[in-house]
Design a protein around this ligand. Structure first.
Ligand code: ADP
Ligand code: GN1
Ligand code: MG
Length: 347
């Protein structure tokens, strides 16, 4: 498997074992062992990431900056080939190889608040260390990725073009999405507020995008394709979306989707332990809104994909994107209830 790609890194496929790895929905990932070394091989989904080179350029710029300003900071980026490139193209597919961080592991679901704290601390640290890096130097690897206004337009367009059958099946969820329109309005206000800056943001802060050591202490953040300028609510919100419930977005038994309040505190405390002195008061005021923002956007994206006949997210059973949208809508409604109980004002 992959002889040409491995050869570009001076590795011989006969010396290597290769196995699929991870649970991402976009790229393909394999773990490779060659002699005593371990690597992560990834095939970038170019239907989604139109310019793999833009990702490589961003990572190189950040790596140089971090190396100069914070020596020793663990930042696993692609290895260079014998031709001094960071990508190998084979049969129209783009591959990259990363060193596997030794003695590390990831988790798919947080099972202790301390894991949420550690992950949030790692994402906060990443943005803090890059606070003085000029975010506008970065390329937009996915333009408008978390632009909720655009996501709302894409949803509207899907409604226009969807099959009648899918529109009927999803009518309850479509109504639910429409009823939460104020979340999009708050986002529009944010984009007009000069005290809410664009920062270097990760944009995919799922718990399995953090590596942990054997004691479950956070080591570093990974899965850096979507690192680009953005609002901090993307990172804070995606942590809430993915750490608060013991059941993740794939859960089909919706009664298992609920909010663990101690994890909400852990995300806040972990993130703020790094970002408290960096964020503006206007940004801090958006902390709880961020959960609504990201959960709502993900519900909308899954439902849009369902209406578009499942062209974006990888699925393994019919109706999976609708089920995912239902799951995220349940999570959103549970979060609202929690906020009400806690007296949290999310504007
Ligand atoms: P995706 O989520 O797009 O499939 P990731 O970059 O998150 O891809 O990689 C998938 C999984 O592979 C991660 O959750 C993690 O377990 C593991 N992984 C990725 N990069 C490394 C690395 N450099 N060292 C160790 N494990 C890694
Ligand atoms: C995708 O690649 P992966 O699985 O980490 C998606 C995220 C969604 C997530 C939902 C580029 O992330 O935005 O939150 O699925 N990434 C892209 O699981 O669309
Ligand atoms: Mg990942």
């Amino acid at each position: 498997m992959f002889p040409k790609i491995l050869a570009a890194y001076n590795l011989n496929t006969d010396d290597c074992t290769i196995a699929p790895f991870g649970s991402g929905l976009i790229n393909h990932t394999w773990k490779i062992r060659c002699n005593d070394e371990q690597y992560i091989l990834q095939c970038i989904n170019i239907a989604v990431f139109k310019s793999p080179q833009a990702i490589a350029d961003n990572l190189l710029a950040l790596q140089k900056y971090l190396h100069a300003t914070t020596p020793g900071y663990l930042f696993p980026t692609p290895l260079s080939t014998s031709d001094n490139t960071y990508l190998v193209i084979d049969d129209g597919r783009y591959y990259r190889l990363l060193p596997f961080v030794k003695n590390s592991h990831s988790v798919d679901v947080a099972t202790e608040p301390s894991q949420a704290f550690e992950a949030a601390r790692q994402f906060g640290k990443f943005s803090r260390l890059l606070n003085d890096f000029d975010a506008s130097q970065l390329k937009y690897t996915l333009p408008d990725f978390h632009n909720l206004s655009l996501r709302a337009q894409q949803f509207q367009s899907a409604l226009k073009h969807a099959d009648q059958e899918r529109l009927n099946i999803a009518s309850t969820e479509i109504e639910a999405i429409k009823n939460y329109q104020d979340i999009t309005q708050t986002y529009v206000d944010i984009t007009k507020n000069a005290t809410i800056p664009l920062r270097v943001i990760h944009h995919d802060t799922k718990i399995n995008n953090v590596l942990f050591d054997a004691d479950d202490k956070g080591l570093c953040v990974i899965d850096l394709d979507t690192v680009m300028p953005g609002y901090y609510i993307s990172d804070a919100g995606d942590m809430m979306r993915t750490y608060l419930s013991p059941a993740n977005e794939e859960e089909q038994e919706l009664d298992k989707v609920c909010i663990r309040e101690d994890y909400l505190k852990a995300i806040h405390d972990g993130y703020m332990s790094e970002m408290r002195d960096v964020l503006t008061p206007a940004e801090k005021a958006l902390f709880y809104y961020s959960g609504k923002f990201m959960i709502y956007m993900q519900a909308m994206r899954f439902l849009t994909d369902y209406l578009n006949n499942d062209i974006y997210y990888h699925t393994t059973y019919p109706g999976q994107n609708l089920k995912r949208a239902q799951n995220q809508l349940r999570l959103l409604s549970e979060l609202m209830k929690t906020y009400q109980r806690l007296g949290v004002d999310t504007q």
